[in-house]
Design a protein around this ligand. Structure first.
Ligand SMILES: NC(=O)c1ccc[n+]([C@@H]2O[C@H](COP(=O)([O-])OP(=O)(O)OC[C@H]3O[C@@H](n4cnc5c(N)ncnc54)[C@H](O)[C@@H]3O)[C@@H](O)[C@H]2O)c1
Length: 317
């Protein structure tokens, strides 16, 4: 298959592209490379350093499937440059879909976010519940979903709403809850927990890669919207899991106003036959094994918000 991956140099993309190449797919990797490029050269890989807003019809020539990952990829980054967040998630997604349609692309896989639900009291947040996004990032993801779905009569569409991802990737992110708290434990022997009772859904990055492959290999069979997250856990419980692996103290700051607390239910995906193989414990152990002696060498670009803030005059035009 010939696959165009947007945001291919990011946390998901730099893990996904080598897997796709191993399966003999031909990949066009499009990315602005805000956080660098960790993709290795390969005969079946073409890397294009480009903003997806500038993609033209010919860029999608002979593409079978688009895996759309490019986005400003969390709440605080979305607030940093709100207009750009809307442009990338909505305007660029619309242009991408129009170019996909005029090139007869047969399938789009979109990485939305479980955060589109906003705050929910329900224990089982399923795909049919209303969306009440809070931040610019969540709102732009919701509109991107709707833009993509408006093409559903002509293109097969699988929209994935991943939970917060954890685990190792060539382009590492230490701004995601499990990864960040494990980093703090390794670096400072102290885990800072703000509040701690907030529930967050989680998915191991290897499972998420398998989710992408699952929809890629099932072509037109599984269209629609699917949650992807298998462990709903409070931040404090995550910290306690880390403490069991990395010798560290937990410091709790009470009375914080982080209201984001939600859990997702992925029964719809599980009922299709998808089986997760890993969990948060695997991610903590893998990060500990890899970074135990390298934690002082972690680069600033692993902290997406800080990196974009520092580089914004150069990167966010
Ligand atoms: N990591 C998570 O926990 C998580 C959870 C749910 C959903 N998602 C979604 O998954 C996708 C991938 O996230 P990630 O964790 O890999 O983030 P990331 O920030 O590591 O990767 C995003 C990549 O997109 C690129 N990019 C951004 N805007 C672009 C543009 N206009 N044109 C071309 N490239 C552009 C960036 O340079 C970056 O390499 C995003 O859409 C994100 O919203 C992530």
């Amino acid at each position: 298959m010939k696959i165009l991956v947007t945001g291919a140099c990011g946390y998901h993309g730099s893990k996904l592209v080598p897997i796709l190449l191993n399966q003999n797919h031909k990949i066009i990797a499009v990315d602005t490379q805000w956080f660098g490029n960790y993709l290795k050269n390969h005969k079946n890989l073409k890397i294009i350093k480009k903003n997806i807003l500038d993609l033209k019809k010919q860029d999608l020539k002979n593409i079978d499937t688009v895996i759309h990952l490019a986005s400003i990829a969390n709440d605080p980054m979305g607030d940093l440059k709100q207009e750009l967040t809307w442009e990338i998630s909505c305007l660029a997604t619309m242009k991408l879909m129009e170019n996909a349609l005029s090139n007869n692309v047969s399938k789009i896989i979109y990485s939305s976010s479980a955060s589109v639900y906003g705050l929910k009291k329900e224990r089982n947040v399923t795909e049919d519940l209303s969306l009440e996004p809070i931040s610019t990032y969540n709102k732009a993801k919701m509109i991107a979903e709707r833009t993509i779905l408006s093409f559903k009569d002509s293109i097969n569409i699988s929209i994935i709403r991943p939970a917060t991802v954890c685990g190792l990737s060539p382009r590492m992110r230490f701004d995601l809850s499990v990864n960040m708290l494990t980093y703090q434990a390794l670096k400072n022997k102290k885990i800072n927990v703000f509040g701690g009772q907030q529930i967050r859904p989680n998915i191991h990055i290897d499972d998420l890669m398998n989710v992408y492959l699952f929809f890629l290999n099932n072509g037109s069979k599984y269209n629609g919207i699917f949650n992807a997250g298998f462990e709903n856990l409070s931040i404090l419980k995550i910290a306690k899991k880390i403490q069991k692996v990395v010798n560290s103290k937990i410091h709790i700051t009470k009375n914080v106003n982080d209201v984001r607390s939600y859990r997702i239910d992925s029964t719809k995906l599980l009922k299709l036959g998808f089986l997760p193989k890993k969990n948060i414990n695997n991610a903590i152990n893998e990060i500990n094994d890899y970074y135990l002696n390298k934690v002082d060498n972690v680069k600033m670009n692993c902290f997406s918000l800080e990196w974009l803030k520092a580089q914004q005059s150069k990167l966010l035009q």
